[in-house]
Design a protein. Sequence first.
Length: 155
Amino acid sequence: MLMLFAVICNVSSFAQTDVKYHAEVDLGYSTGVGEWCFERVNLHTVQGVKIGNNFSVGLGLGVDYYYDLEEAFMPITVNAKGYLPVSNKVSPFISLDLGYGVGLSNSGSGFTYTPAIGVKLSKFKIQVGYNCQKITESGLSLNMGAIQLKLGFMF
């Protein structure tokens, strides 16, 4: 959220900064933690822009399949990443997804967020984060948290 605020405050500097199309596709696995801990498989994509070498922002869309529950959710998120380039091919990053997970196989849905850290290695990336999917259905609210590992490709 802080990164997104910084981008909005510095809009005038974008004209002098290199802005390019940025996309990524990730495959992940999330191990449930907490009271409502359910394992899930993740397939996500982010489409957006990379601003200079240090920042990217985009819209995310994906599918999280909770195989123990036989339930699927479609997270629709805004993703922001801040990079710290070490070399032309290696860039550690922090990432934040904020959005809404829509239940595909039931009527439950709710707020979702994923703060993460990772490293970009040329066109590939690996990241570890904490994913939380809140579900509100029939007046009942659940927080399903998980430690998430994702592997991806950036282009």
